[in-house]
Design a protein around this ligand. Structure first.
Ligand code: 9GP
Length: 841
C-alpha cells in the first residue's frame, strides 16, 4: 500500500492517532465538544435535536476510527472481498444500532442522562434512512449487519437517493404521498469528494481494426454525469470490524453551471445540465415487486453499476495481479436483476478498455457474479426495450447481443434443432419492440443463481428458469433461505425480551449464534419464566397501544388479541382477504347475543404498509381498511371486541415498535407468490404466532417450530394453476360468507360502495386471480381456531416460547455463511477481540 507520508514522519501520526473512546466521561466530552464546536451551540440552546446530532457524531467518530483500521487490515490481508450490489438499502435508524453493536449503549445512556437527556428521546430524533421499498431492501440491510458481525471483508454499493421512499399520510381514508427529504442532517455519511467517477450515457460506437488486425470498439460522444462517493460505516456486533456501504450521488461533470448562458441572461438553462445530472440519484422508485421500464430507472441502474465497477476494478488494479485472478479476489452479488448491467459493464471494461479477448474476459465475468432472484411475479421481472437501450447504452446493447449469440450457439450445440428452446431462452425477446430480459442475462452471466426460500427456489427451477436448468445443469441453481439480524430485530427492538433470554442462556451469545435460543425449550413449562415472558409481551402491547392512541386517537385494549399485518400493500399479499375477514367478524359480532359476545376474545386488527403511488387497487384496499375502521371503531355493539387500525407510514423504526407487540401476525399471500417474506421471521422471533399460507419461508418456519405452533390455511402452490383455470373456463362460485361481506360493502355500510367496485369486481367478475374466494372459508375457520387457542393463555405462551427457541435457523448470519460457502467462496478475516471495544452484557 502506498502512503503519502514518508516513513520518517510517521511517528508524529502514530503518536496522535485517533483512539476509539470507551468511557462515559470521554463520551460526554465528545458530545459537549460536538455541541460547542461542530454544531456551534452551547448548553443554553442544546435541544434534543442538537443532542442527537452530537451523540451521533461522537459515535460516528468512533465508528470511523474502527472503519479505517478495518479497511487497512483488509487491504493488508489482501484476501477475497464481497461486493453486495443493491439498489435498495432499507437501513432505518443508525444511532441505536451503533450503540448496541459497539456495546456502549449503557455508557451513552448514563452520559446523556448526566447531560440532561433521556436516551429514548434522543434516539427518536433520528430520521429513518429509508432507501428501499420493503423486504428486498431490508434484507440487504440485514446482510450488511451480518457480514460485518461475522468479519467478512464486504462492501455494499448503492445509490444515495436524495428522496427515499415517500412518507405516507392518510387523509379521509386515502393514502397521500409526501416526499421524504432525509438528508437535512445526516451525521452517518462521509462525502468523499476525492472519489468521483465520470459515467457516460448516449453517444455512438465507432468500430475499426487496429494495426494488428484486432477489432476495436470505441464508445464516444453522448453525455457525462459525475458520481460522487458517500461512505456509511457499518459496525459489526461485538467486533471491531466496521465495513463500508458506498452510495453514489450524481452531479454534473461540467462544473456547477454554464457561465456563458448565465451571463447572457439565460438563467434557467444555465443550471439545466446540473439539474438533469442530479435527477439521476434524486429519488427512489417507489414500486415493490413491479417493473415500469422507465428510462430514468435504467439510467440509475447504469450510473450506479458503472461507478461501482470502476471503483472495484480500480482497487483490484492496485494489487497488480493478473486479470485471471479477479474472481479469486472479488465476488459480486446481484441483489435481484437491478444490477445486471454490471455483467455487461465488466465485460466491456475487460475487452474494450483492458484489451482482453472475449473468452478470457467472459470466464472472469461469469466466475465473479452471483445472482439472487427475489420474485416469480411476471410483472416484477425486469425487461428493457431494445430501442431504449440502443439510445442510452449503445455499446452495452452490442455486447448483450454478442453474449446472447454465444449463449444461443452453445444451446444449439446442446439441443440441436430445438428452435422453440432458442426462442424461449433468448436474452432478447422477439416482441414489438424487442425487449432485453434481464433475469436471463443475469443467469447467463453468473456462476450461481439462488432463490430465497425452499419453495421459491424450487419454483424458479421448475417454472420460470426451467430451461436454464436443462442448459446449465441443476448445480448452478441453489437456495439460500432468507434471514434477519437478531441484533436489530430482537436485541434493539425488544430489549426486555433480549435481556430475559440473556439471563437464561448465559449472556448475549445468542445474538451471535442464534441456535443458542434452543436452550429456552427447557423453560417452556416454567411458571416463573412464563410469567415474565407474558409480562414483557403485555408491556410491548401497552407501548403499541399508546402509539396507536397518539397517532390515530383510537383507544385499544392491550389485553385484546393483537392481530397484525404490516408489509407493502399488494394484491398478492392479500390484505383484502384480511379486511374481508374483519368484516365477516363484524357481521358475526353484530348477529351475536350479549351472552355470546362475552365468550369472544377481543381483537385488534392492525394494518400498516405503503401502496405504490400508481397502484390503484392497492390504494383501494387501504381506503377500505380505513373506512371499515371508521365504522367498526365507533359501533357501540362492538366495543372492545373488535378494533380496526391502519398505522400511517409504516417503516423500519415503526416496525421496531409494532413487531414485539403481536400476538398473531398475518402472512397470507396466495401460495407460490411470496418468495420468502422476512417479517414472518421477525414476528415469531419476538414471541408472536403466525397465521399463514403454505408460501415462502412460512413453510420452513413451520418445519422448524412445529406445526402445532403455527396456523396454516389455504390452497397449496401446486393447485393454484388449476384453480385459476377453473375460474376462467369453468364455474366460479363465490364463498357464501364472502358474498355476505360483499353485500355489506355494497349496501354502502363503509361509504360509497362505488369506491370499492373494482376490488370486489376483481374477485366476482374478473377471475379472482389471487384466489381470495377459494381461501376464504379456510381462512375464517383458521381464525376461529386462533380465537379458541388464545383463550388458553397458558398453552399459548408455551407455544410462543417453543417457537422462539426454534428460530435459530432464521438468523441472517446463517444466510451469509451459506452465501460465503456456496456462492462467494470467501473466508472471514479474523480480528483480535481486544481492540478497545467496550463490551456490555
Ligand atoms: O417479494 C419478495 C419477498 O418475499 C422477499 O422476502 C424479499 C427478500 O428476498 O424480496 C421480495 N422481492 C422483491 O421485492 C422484488 O423482487
Amino acid at each position: 500500500v502506498e502512503a503519502l507520508i514518508p516513513e520518517h514522519q510517521r511517528d508524529a501520526w502514530k503518536k496522535f492517532q485517533a483512539k476509539p473512546w470507551v468511557s462515559k466521561d470521554d463520551f460526554e466530552k465528545e458530545v459537549v465538544r460536538h455541541v460547542e464546536t461542530t454544531l456551534a451551540r452551547s448548553m443554553f440552546n442544546c435541544d434534543e435535536t442538537a443532542a442527537y446530532a452530537a451523540a451521533s457524531l461522537a459515535f460516528r467518530d468512533r465508528l470511523i476510527t474502527e472503519w479505517n483500521r478495518t479497511q487497512q487490515r483488509q487491504t493488508f490481508a489482501d484476501t477475497k472481498r464481497v461486493y453486495y450490489l443493491s439498489l435498495e438499502f432499507l437501513m432505518g435508524r443508525a444511532l441505536d444500532n451503533a450503540m448496541l453493536n459497539v456495546g456502549l449503549k449503557n455508557v451513552a445512556k448514563e452520559g446523556l442522562s448526566e447531560l440532561g437527556f433521556r436516551i429514548e428521546d434522543i434516539i427518536n430524533q433520528e430520521h429513518d434512512a429509508a432507501l428501499g421499498n420493503g423486504g428486498l431492501g431490508r434484507l440487504a440491510a440485514c446482510f450488511l449487519d451480518s457480514m460485518a458481525s461475522l468479519n467478512f471483508p464486504a462492501w455494499g454499493y448503492g445509490l444515495r437517493y436524495k428522496y427515499g421512499i415517500f412518507k405516507q399520510e392518510i387523509v379521509d381514508g386515502y393514502q397521500v404521498e409526501v416526499p421524504d427529504y432525509w438528508l437535512d442532517f445526516n451525521p452517518w455519511e462521509f462525502p468523499r469528494h476525492d472519489i468521483v467517477v465520470d459515467v457516460q450515457f448516449y453517444g455512438g460506437v465507432r468500430k475499426y481494426q487496429d494495426d494488428d488486425g484486432k477489432n476495436v470498439a470505441v464508445w464516444e460522444g453522448g453525455e457525462i454525469v459525475r458520481a460522487v462517493a458517500y461512505d456509511v460505516p457499518i459496525p459489526g456486533f461485538n467486533t471491531p470490524t466496521t465495513n463500508n456501504m458506498r452510495l453514489w450521488s450524481s452531479k454534473a461533470a461540467s462544473g456547477e453551471f454554464d457561465f456563458q448562458k448565465f451571463n447572457s441572461g439565460d438563467y434557467e438553462s444555465s443550471v439545466a445540465d446540473q439539474q438533469r445530472a442530479e435527477t439521476i440519484s434524486a429519488v427512489l422508485y417507489p414500486n415493490d415487486n413491479l417493473d415500469r421500464g422507465k428510462e430514468l430507472r435504467l439510467k440509475q441502474q447504469y450510473f450506479w453499476v458503472a461507478a461501482s465497477l470502476y471503483d472495484i476494478v480500480r482497487r483490484f488494479k492496485k494489487s497488480k495481479r493478473a486479470w485471471s485472478e479477479f474472481p479469486d479476489q472479488i465476488a459480486i452479488q446481484l441483489n435481484d436483476t437491478h444490477p445486471t448491467l454490471a455483467i455487461v459493464e465488466l465485460q466491456r471494461i475487460l475487452i474494450d478498455m483492458e484489451g482482453l479477448d472475449w473468452d478470457e474476459a467472459w470466464a472472469i465475468v461469469t466466475n465473479t457474479f452471483g445472482y439472487t432472484n427475489h420474485t416469480v411475479l411476471p410483472e416484477a421481472l425486469e425487461k428493457w426495450s431494445v430501442p431504449l437501450f440502443q439510445n442510452l447504452l449503445p455499446r452495452h446493447l452490442q455486447i448483450i447481443y454478442d453474449i446472447n449469440m454465444f449463449f444461443l450457439q452453445s444451446v444449439e450445440r446442446k439441443f440441436p434443432g430445438d428452435r422453440d428452446m432458442l426462442a424461449r431462452v433468448s436474452i432478447i425477446e422477439e416482441s414489438q419492440p424487442k425487449m432485453v430480459r434481464m433475469a436471463f442475462l443475469a443467469i447467463v452471466g453468473s456462476h450461481k443463481v439462488n432463490g430465497v426460500a425452499e419453495l421459491h427456489s424450487d419454483l424458479i427451477r421448475t417454472t420460470i428458469f426451467k430451461d436454464f436448468v436443462k442448459i446449465f445443469g441443476p448445480d448452478k441453481f441453489t437456495n439460500v433461505t432468507n434471514g434477519i439480524t437478531p441484533r436489530r430485530w430482537l436485541h434493539q427492538a425488544n430489549p426486555r425480551l433480549s435481556e430475559l433470554i440473556a439471563s437464561k442462556t448465559g449472556g448475549l451469545g445468542f445474538l451471535k449464534d442464534l441456535n443458542v435460543l434452543n436452550e429456552l425449550e427447557k423453560f417452556a413449562d416454567d411458571k416463573e419464566f412464563k410469567k415474565e415472558w407474558a409480562e414483557i409481551k403485555y408491556a410491548n402491547k401497552v407501548k403499541l397501544a399508546k402509539y396507536i392512541k397518539s397517532t390515530t386517537g383510537v383507544t385499544v385494549n392491550p389485553s385484546a388479541l393483537f392481530d397484525i399485518q404490516v408489509k407493502r400493500i399488494h394484491e398478492y399479499k392479500r390484505q383484502q382477504l384480511n379486511i374481508f375477514g374483519v368484516i365477516h367478524r363484524y357481521l358475526t359480532i353484530k348477529a351475536m347475543t350479549a351472552e355470546e359476545r362475552k365468550k369472544l376474545a377481543p381483537r385488534v386488527s392492525i394494518f400498516g404498509g405503503k401502496a405504490a403511488p400508481g397502484y390503484w387497487m392497492a390504494k383501494t384496499i387501504i381506503h377500505l381498511i380505513n373506512n371499515v375502521g371508521a365504522v367498526v371503531n365507533k359501533d357501540p355493539d362492538v366495543g372492545d371486541l373488535l378494533k380496526v387500525i391502519f398505522l400511517e407510514d409504516y417503516n423500519v423504526s415503526k416496525a421496531e415498535i409494532i413487531t414485539p407487540a403481536s400476538d398473531i401476525s398475518e402472512h397470507i399471500s396466495t401460495a407460490g407468490t411470496e418468495a420468502s417474506g422476512t417479517s414472518n421471521m421477525k414476528f415469531v422471533l419476538n414471541g408472536g404466532l403466525i397465521i399463514g399460507t403454505c408460501d415462502g419461508a412460512n413453510i420452513e418456519i413451520t418445519r422448524e417450530i412445529g406445526e402445532n405452533n403455527i396456523f396454516l390455511f389455504g390452497n397449496l402452490a401446486e393447485d393454484v394453476e388449476d384453480l385459476r383455470h377453473t375460474h376462467n373456463y369453468g364455474s366460479h362460485t363465490l364463498d357464501p360468507d364472502l358474498v355476505k361481506v360483499f353485500d355489506l360493502i355494497k349496501s354502502d355500510a363503509f361509504g360509497d360502495a362505488g369506491a370499492f367496485g373494482a376490488l370486489t369486481g376483481s374477485i366476482e367478475d374478473h377471475g379472482d386471480y389471487y384466489l381470495v374466494s377459494d381461501d376464504f372459508h379456510s381462512y375464517i375457520k383458521t381464525q376461529a381456531l386462533v380465537d379458541e387457542a388464545y383463550k388458553n393463555q397458558d398453552e399459548w405462551i408455551t407455544k410462543t416460547i417453543l417457537s422462539v427457541a426454534r428460530m435459530g435457523f432464521f438468523s441472517s448470519d446463517r444466510c451469509i455463511n451459506e452465501y460465503a460457502e456456496m456462492i462467494w467462496n470467501v473466508e472471514p478475516l479474523p480480528v483480535e477481540k481486544e481492540s478497545g471495544l467496550g463490551k456490555e452484557e
